[in-house]
Design a protein around this ligand. Sequence first.
Ligand code: PGA
Length: 256
Amino acid sequence: MNKAKRKVVIAGNWKMNFTPSEADKFIREIKPMLAGKSGCEIVFCAPYVTIAAAQKAAEGSNINIGAENVHFAEKGAYTGEVSAAMLKECGVQYVIIGHSERRQYFAETDATVNARVKAALAAGMTVILCLGEVKEQRLSGITREVVSMQTKLDLEGVTAEQMKNVIIAYEPVWAIGTGLTATPEQADETCGQIRDALAEIYGREIADGTTIQYGGSMNEKNAAELLAKENVDGGLIGGASLVPEKFKVIVEAAGN
Ligand code: PGA
């Protein structure tokens, strides 16, 4: 019964898709389709160079534009990186951190993820922290251990007060971009295990108040069943966030 108290967030993760003009076109198309839908917060996380065009197109709507990553240092000699202060000045509130593609292809570790989370929170941003097990870990029956360890390592040093600005996205790596989706029961169970880890660190009240999304091939067909589960408070959506009609159905499934 705590679900009703939690904020539901449906976030698109565009990944390396959409140039500024493509983002402009997409947002202008989806804006009227999402108008008046207030059952969840709606976010699209965009490539850095696409953010401004998407924000401009989204003006006056219920659509928030976020980023897909942020660096952990305040500033300095980090060629190619973007700081939390830069994103804030551009009016960006939401940022994805620790996505499995960052962990797999860009050598992110729980330590760098933790540093990024702390930098973003210190700047007053809202973090969408991604974590989840790989296939072998699920098959070996150690999913609970993996997600609970990631939760603890990635949030090390994050205060109870700061947890108001943390959303967790449970994303089983084997389900991302593969067309394989966790069953609603698997998603519910593992989101619950993450909530248990949060309760160990921060106590039950904060754990019960934290939004935990599911991500991994969530689409217009399976969203309603997944989002109906007690521990699933929204979705982080890749492929289906690139198609207005599909994303709209997912937003509607979140209680609109
Ligand atoms: P997918 O991606 O919906 O395409 O599986 C989800 C994600 O990577 O956040």
